[in-house]
Design a protein around this ligand. Sequence first.
Ligand code: GSH
Length: 212
Amino acid sequence: MARYTLHCFAQSGNAYKVALYLECSGLDWAPVHVDYFKGATRSADWRAENNEMGEAPVLETDGKRLTQSGAILCYLADTTGQFAPDDRTEALRWILFDNHKFTSYFATWRFMKSFGPAPPEPAVETFLRGRIDAAFGVVEKHIAARDFMLGAKPTIVDFSMIGYLYFGPEETGYDLPAQFPAIHAWTQRMQGLPGWKGPYDLMPGERLASKW
Ligand SMILES: N[C@@H](CCC(=O)N[C@@H](CS)C(=O)NCC(=O)O)C(=O)O
């Protein structure tokens, strides 16, 4: 059995944050497929066994089940030393911004746009795009001045924040090279890390066509 078991699925950028970290760190890990689109995370049994919050990813290791990608990345950095930030407070500042704004609005928008039961209402689209553009604008300015979020070297903050940035424009409706060139250049620097793979090559689950 692998040292780390990650409950994940291919469309989950939140799970990808951890999967990519494990892969780029050369750690011994194996994925377990969460059948999210068939409602696995909504079942009482899955929640009781894996995560009361009803969310992927879940990382199993050393007899523990850890959840919340940001907390998992902090745990892994603390216990392996890989991609550990020099300044924990600064790392948390960006991971919290990521979870509240940078990832969450973009992930919600992409899900509704590509995989939800109906396309988002125009007012919802306007709201989400406004929030995405504001959060992406903050990161565009920050990352234009440095190679990685905390400076010269990649840390867990980068793994957290790039979680949804490799899904294509057919799923996200965003053209990163044209709209956010500094963010795009940063994703390319991360893509240069040994072990880098895209989400659909790293995690199990059938690739789904965008519905809308
Ligand atoms: N902040 C959480 C977000 C996790 C999350 O929302 N995961 C999605 C899959 S990408 C999920 O399982 N959602 C289920 C739901 O919201 O009901 C993290 O970073 O782990």
